[in-house]
Structures are given as structure tokens and as C-alpha cells.
Write a protein that binds this ligand. Structure first.
Ligand SMILES: *[C@@H]1O[C@H](CO)[C@@H](O)[C@H](O)[C@H]1NC(C)=O
Ligand SMILES: *[C@@H]1O[C@H](CO)[C@@H](O)[C@H](O)[C@H]1NC(C)=O
Ligand SMILES: *[C@@H]1O[C@H](CO)[C@@H](O)[C@H](O)[C@H]1NC(C)=O
Ligand SMILES: *[C@@H]1O[C@H](CO)[C@@H](O)[C@H](O)[C@H]1NC(C)=O
Ligand SMILES: *[C@@H]1O[C@H](CO)[C@@H](O)[C@H](O)[C@H]1NC(C)=O
Ligand SMILES: *[C@@H]1O[C@H](CO)[C@@H](O)[C@H](O)[C@H]1NC(C)=O
Ligand SMILES: *[C@@H]1O[C@H](CO)[C@@H](O)[C@H](O)[C@H]1NC(C)=O
Length: 413
């Protein structure tokens, strides 16, 4: 016990903020400059830092992150938990976060245009500080809340941060691009906490598993309070009866629940700053259940041992070798229409979920299974591809109605 306490003290000593020109709060009329890396706010216990975070070559977002020991405190190593202007980064010169005398907190770009603001006014001097919970809070008269970052989460929920009917967690675009991405976690109209893929061309709910009815998932639609919270020991409780415990439940560790850029929701934990984060819970174990994950015209296959693998449908090629969400594009010429004789060769069934967008949009992808077909035209050497989609509608009794829908079969593209 004594040793543990000593370790605790040591970790406090290591992780408390350096006592240079940093401050723990911003008072009215003062500002933080993007050009001064030391212009940051620390939480009193040093666990969180708020300041300008570099997101591109000369672009910055005002953010909150877990403080890392100075040896590894490079912006690429940071775990960001909140951002003010994720979709509109500011210039690395002359940008500022300022607390105006009126009580409005504003983020201005190099050209002095306002990129983000709390649009608050304060009857008495306001004061911005970062709490030990990671909540950036604007107060007046010592305790009246004008604005707080906990009310507008980006992709992360921290322990004791209420997740309400007004909040939506939105993933980042990719691991390195912090702009808003395609995946959303929110309370749906039916009171259930759901995951939605909101892509450029289709949008569909994929969690809880849409082919199962809500009571199969042990969720309840009856409670309309629509709120959820993670506690500091690792227990998550939602008003729709979703509850889970972190694998390391019980320890007062650093924790964060995030909707990752790949569309999965994961709970991460670690004992101390500077350590690696460990996944202690995740919403979806078969990542192919996440819609849009491999992009259009591709197939996702999942192996519990090796994880997810995306591959293009036959006749298609990958669009972007780094980011599968761009999907695959046809290798054949879509404007080729002069076909007067056709035959189909059925390829092996593509058993995993597949998202097919081009050449047409297909609605209700939730439970579609795809078959790849090669269309061999009279003219010869060109092999065209068409796809048969079998919609599977789950009924309440969990029997299935199967409807085959052969796209382009008549015309063979
Ligand atoms: C960032 O800068 C590096 C080198 O200065 C350059 O190679 C890279 O293309 C730049 N990236 C972007 C997104 O502009
Ligand atoms: C990240 O932190 C590790 C130490 O934890 C350090 O070795 C590495 O250089 C850091 N990465 C960057 C990009 O600074
Ligand atoms: C991040 O993604 C957005 C949306 O796709 C894009 O507009 C932006 O240019 C990307 N930013 C970087 C730095 O690649
Ligand atoms: C909530 O979940 C528990 C199991 O975790 C189940 O026994 C209970 O019936 C559920 N309640 C409702 C209202 O669905
Ligand atoms: C609804 O959920 C809230 C918050 O989780 C809980 O306090 C309340 O007791 C629930 N109401 C019912 C009727 O179960
Ligand atoms: C596609 O086919 C059309 C009509 O046959 C032709 O005009 C066009 O050049 C072709 N495009 C490519 C990229 O082959
Ligand atoms: C296919 O079209 C070509 C000309 O476009 C024609 O000469 C040929 O007879 C047609 N074949 C059939 C089977 O209709």
C-alpha cells in the first residue's frame, strides 16, 4: 500500500505541469496565441492540457488533450479529446483564442476573422479554466457556468461527462485528419443509442445490429430520458438499458470513450500519462458490420485472428491506397452501352456485407448480401461487372424474407 502511494505521488510529480509561463486559467481581456507553444491551460492535476494543436503543415485547432510527459510531448503523440474548430483550422501565425471583456470566448484566424465563438455574454468578469475532468469551463461570479466543452463533445466522451439527447459524437475523417468524418453516435428518436454511417451517398444505422430487434439487443425504447454516462471506474450506463463494464473495471485510471475514425466505439484506458492506451471495451467485434468501412464497390471480410480485410469487387480497383473509405472504381468503361447480347457468369457469393454505390445508389443496404456477376458481352474481351443484391429483411420472428434484385441484368451495363 505504501509503495502504491509512493508511486502515486511520483506520478503526480512527473505529470504536474511545468511551472514556466503557463497558467491554469484565462481571465477576461487575455488571450492564448498560436505562435507560443507555452500558451496552454493545464488542469490543476496536470492530466489535461488545452491549447493550439497542430493538424496540418500550417494549420491548428484549439483542442484539449491528455498531457504527455515532456519526453514524448510531440503533437503527433497527443490524445486529443475535444476540438473547437475541427472543420475550420486556423493559420499558424497570428491566430488567437481570446476571452473578450464582454464574456465571449472567440477564436480568430490570422486575418482576424472569427472562426469559432461561445457567443456568451457575462454580467460580471468571466474566467476560463480547465477542470480535472477535462472540461473546459467558462464561469462568471466564481461558479455560474456560461459555457463548457462537455456540452459539445467532438468524438470523445470522458468519465463523468453527461451524454445527452442534444449531443452527437462524430468520428474524425481519418487517423490523421481531424475533420468531421462519416460515423455518428447519438440517441435516436426511438430512445436508443445508435451508430450511424452518414456517408456521401448513403446513410444507414449499423448498431445495434439492425437485423435484430431492439429487445434482442437488451435495449429498451421505453425510457425517453436519453442520457448516458461513463464513470471513472469504467462503468457505462445508458437510459436505453445499454450497460457495460470496462475490462479493467474498478481502477481509477485514465479513460476515454471514442467513436473512432473506423466507425467503432471503443473505451480506452491506461494507468498513467505517457503509457499506451489499451482497448477495454468495444461496441462491435466483427468490424465488417460497420457500414461504409471499405467504401463503395468493395468487400469486407473479417477473420477474428487477423481482423478486417477490404478488397475490391472483381472488375474494380482501389481508389486511394491509404484510405479505404474512398472505395473502388470500375476498371471498365461505364459509358459502354452498346450491348445487344449478354450472358452472366455468377462468381462466388460475397458473403460479407458489401456497400455498393456505383453505378447506382442502393437504398436499404442494412442487410444486403451481394453476389458478384461478370457480364460477358458479345463484343468480347471486356469483362463487365454487375451485382446481384439480395435484401434480407428481418421480421420480428427472425425469419427472413429474401428479395433478389439484379441490377443491370437486363442491360448488362
Ligand atoms: C507538408 O510539408 C511537407 C514538407 O514541407 C510536404 O512534403 C507535404 O506535402 C506538406 N503537406 C501538405 C498536406 O501540404
Ligand atoms: C512519441 O513518444 C515517444 C516516447 O514515448 C518518442 O520516442 C517519440 O519520438 C514520440 N513521437 C514523436 C513524433 O515525437
Ligand atoms: C481532411 O478531410 C477533409 C474532408 O474530406 C478535407 O476537405 C481536408 O482537406 C482534409 N485535410 C487534410 C489536411 O488532409
Ligand atoms: C435491461 O437489461 C437486463 C439485462 O442486462 C434485462 O434483464 C432487463 O430486462 C432489461 N430491461 C429492459 C427494460 O429491457
Ligand atoms: C430512465 O433512465 C434514467 C437515467 O438512466 C433513470 O434515472 C431512470 O430511472 C429511468 N427511468 C425508468 C422509468 O426506468
Ligand atoms: C468509354 O466509351 C466511350 C463510348 O464508347 C468512349 O467515347 C470513351 O472514350 C471511353 N472512355 C474510356 C476511358 O475508355
Ligand atoms: C448486335 O448488334 C450488331 C450491330 O450493332 C449487329 O450487327 C448484330 O447482328 C447484333 N447481334 C444480335 C445477336 O442481335
Amino acid at each position: 500500500m505504501g509503495t502504491l502511494f509512493l508511486i502515486f505521488l511520483l506520478s503526480l510529480a512527473i505529470h504536474s505541469p511545468p511551472s514556466s509561463s503557463t497558467s491554469d486559467s484565462l481571465s477576461r481581456g487575455s488571450s492564448l496565441s498560436v505562435e507560443k507553444p507555452e500558451d496552454v491551460l493545464f488542469s490543476a492535476d496536470g492530466v489535461f492540457t488545452a491549447g493550439f494543436h497542430q493538424v496540418g503543415n500550417n494549420s491548428f485547432c484549439f483542442a484539449i488533450w491528455f498531457t504527455e510527459p515532456s519526453i514524448s510531448d510531440h503533437y503527433r503523440n497527443r490524445t486529443v479529446v475535444w476540438m473547437a474548430n475541427r472543420d475550420q483550422p486556423v493559420n499558424g501565425k497570428r491566430s488567437k483564442l481570446s476571452l473578450q471583456k464582454t464574456g465571449n470566448l472567440i477564436l480568430t484566424d490570422a486575418g482576424q476573422s472569427i472562426v469559432w465563438a461561445t457567443t456568451t455574454t457575462s454580467p460580471s468578469p468571466a474566467h476560463l479554466s480547465l477542470q480535472n475532468s477535462g472540461n473546459l469551463i467558462l464561469l462568471h461570479s466564481g461558479s455560474v457556468v456560461l459555457w463548457q466543452s462537455f456540452d459539445s463533445p467532438t468524438d470523445t466522451l470522458l468519465p463523468l461527462q453527461p451524454f445527452t439527447r442534444k449531443a452527437t459524437l462524430i468520428s474524425t475523417r481519418s487517423q490523421s485528419n481531424f475533420s468531421s468524418g462519416f460515423y455518428k453516435l447519438f440517441f435516436n428518436n426511438d430512445n436508443l443509442l445508435r451508430l450511424l454511417f452518414d456517408g456521401l451517398e448513403i446513410s444507414s444505422v449499423y448498431w445495434p445490429d439492425p437485423s435484430r430487434v431492439s429487445w434482442d439487443n437488451e435495449r429498451s425504447t421505453y425510457n425517453n430520458s436519453r442520457n448516458a454516462m461513463l464513470d471513472s471506474l469504467g462503468s457505462f450506463i445508458s437510459s436505453d438499458n445499454l450497460t457495460f463494464l470496462s475490462a479493467d473495471y474498478g481502477a481509477e485510471w485514465q479513460r476515454r470513450l471514442r467513436i473512432d475514425f473506423d466507425g467503432n466505439v471503443r473505451l480506452y484506458s491506461r494507468e498513467n500519462s505517457g503509457e499506451k492506451w489499451v482497448v477495454s471495451w468495444q461496441a462491435i467485434s466483427d468490424s465488417c458490420m460497420i457500414h461504409g468501412i471499405c467504401g463503395a464497390n468493395s468487400v469486407c471480410s473479417y477473420d477474428p485472428g487477423f481482423g478486417r480485410k477490404c478488397s475490391c469487387l472483381p472488375g474494380y480497383q482501389i481508389r486511394n491506397h491509404i484510405d479505404w473509405s474512398f472505395g473502388c472504381e470500375p476498371q471498365f468503361n461505364l459509358s459502354y452501352t452498346k450491348v445487344n447480347e449478354s450472358s452472366f457468369l455468377k462468381l462466388s457469393q460475397v458473403s460479407s456485407l458489401v456497400t455498393i454505390i456505383a453505378p447506382t445508389k442502393i437504398a436499404a443496404m442494412e442487410s444486403a448480401r451481394a453476389y458478384a456477376w461478370t457480364c460477358i458481352t458479345a463484343g468480347g474481351s471486356n469483362t463487365h461487372l454487375t451485382v446481384e443484391v439480395v435484401y434480407i429483411h428481418a421480421t420480428r420472428r427472425r425469419s427472413y424474407e429474401v428479395v433478389a434484385d439484379r441490377i443491370y441484368k437486363d442491360t448488362c451495363i
